[in-house]
Design a protein around this ligand. Structure first.
Ligand code: SAM
Length: 392
């Protein structure tokens, strides 16, 4: 990947020679070039700023040096066209998603402004020749674009294949899937009287995965609730209060149909109770099961239900675990499953659920949550039953 940075303070970018980015440059994975904007001035004072039209405080960066500098950089691209990133507090927020998008570009040019910013026509003119993105590091004002460019180059470059020694470390990081990372620990096991959470030294990988996922949800809810869909925060905090009533039946029935279409496709059958049952049956189910619903801004977005098995008082049945299709993949379903398991009453020893034999995604999820498929046909034709021991 090629990265050009235009600035009036080239020395500010010296850290790009250090650490992993420096090494990646040495290995030829990154071609980083820093240019002094003043090289493209034509007066003896190498002027890059002037007073603003319309009056007001401060100075504005003149368009001519910027135009010439960009032309010169592009001219050395052998016909390729870069994507221009202009750091600015009024730009789109820089996020991990954008970092990923930028990491897929072969060539980025960063234009670091100073003073009150760059004459707007520079951006207009560049946009006729290349893709331009004004990008903000956050809702605060820096003195110049260099710190922002450093941060963005680092976040982008570490996503370029080969830059990080261990690509695995990119998988579970904060913001990768919208959640923050779980807390991490290393030796010694006790430090200043503080112990490492026992599950991490248990050697039980399923339990560790479960603990870490819970920590990610908890930490995100506590520190960055804005990142969590409100329903996800509810999934761990206040779900118990949201027991469904008959008034929820119509929305539950609608959500069921939306959620079970994919099951119909996976099992090549439309004959699935959740998909076909009448509103009356949904209402009846509310009487036979304890059903919890998750609402976000009034909208019913997820639900699960549980009951002690009518045939076996030691079995807690979990059913109708559903998350609106547009909100799947955010951990809501997992949080709901944890919740429904936790709602199993004293005296039950087995957790039970049922899914389509062809529902590969569900089967994978349930297996990951510790369930095992029972041999033979499940409760309904074309389904399998799954169970796991309830932890007291
Ligand atoms: N007058 C500008 C405004 O209010 O939008 C602020 C100019 S700021 C003092 C000077 C330069 O710092 C900007 O042109 C930009 O390059 C950089 N800068 C400041 N805050 C930034 C932020 N939050 N994200 C990215 N770049 C920023």
């Amino acid at each position: 990947m090629r990265i050009d940075v235009l600035t009036i303070f080239p020395d500010y970018l010296a850290p790009l020679g250090l650490s992993l980015i420096g090494k990646a440059r040495g290995r030829g994975l990154l071609d980083v070039r820093v240019h002094d904007l003043r090289e493209h001035t034509t007066d003896a004072h190498r002027t890059v700023d002037d007073t603003p039209y319309g009056g007001g405080p401060g100075m504005v960066m003149k368009p001519e040096p910027w135009g010439a500098a960009l032309d010169a950089v592009v001219a050395r691209g052998g016909g390729a066209v870069p994507r221009l990133v202009v750091p600015g507090p009024g730009g789109m927020p820089f996020t991990q998603l954008l970092a990923r998008e930028l990491a897929a570009e072969p060539w980025l040019v960063f234009a670091c402004g100073r003073y009150e910013g760059i004459d707007e026509r520079v951006i207009e003119d560049a946009a006729t020749r290349m893709r331009v993105s004004v990008v903000s590091l956050g809702d605060y004002v820096l003195n110049g674009g260099e710190v922002a460019a450093l941060a963005m180059v680092e976040a982008v470059a570490r996503l370029v294949p080969g830059v990080l020694g261990n690509a695995e470390s990119l998988v579970e990081e904060s913001h990768v899937d919208g959640l923050l990372e779980y807390p991490v620990y290393t030796k010694p096991p006790v430090w200043r009287g503080l112990e490492v959470p026992p599950v991490l030294v248990s050697g039980n990988h399923a339990a560790i995965r479960e603990w870490r996922h819970g920590q990610r949800l908890r930490r995100t809810a506590a520190r960055r609730p804005d990142l969590l869909h409100a329903s996800e925060a509810l999934g761990i905090e206040g779900l118990g209060t949201l027991v469904a009533t008959a008034g929820d039946a119509a929305e539950l029935g609608t959500l069921q149909r939306a959620c079970w279409v994919s099951e119909a496709m996976a099992n090549d059958s439309l004959d699935i109770p959740s998909l076909t049952e009448s509103m009356e049956t949904v209402r009846q189910g509310l009487g036979e099961w304890r059903t919890w619903v998750v609402r976000d801004s009034g909208r019913l977005v997820a639900s699960v239900r549980g009951r002690v098995s009518p045939d076996d008082p030691q079995t807690w049945e979990i059913g109708r675990l559903m998350v609106a299709p547009d909100l799947q993949g955010r951990g809501i379903g997992r949080a709901l499953l944890d919740f429904a398991e936790g709602a199993a009453p004293e005296g039950t020893t087995t957790l039970w659920l049922n899914t389509g034999r062809g529902s590969a995604d569900n089967l994978r999820r349930y297996k990951r949550a510790g369930y095992r498929i029972l041999a033979g046909e499940g409760r309904y034709p074309g389904t399998v039953d799954l169970t796991k021991r309830r932890r007291p």
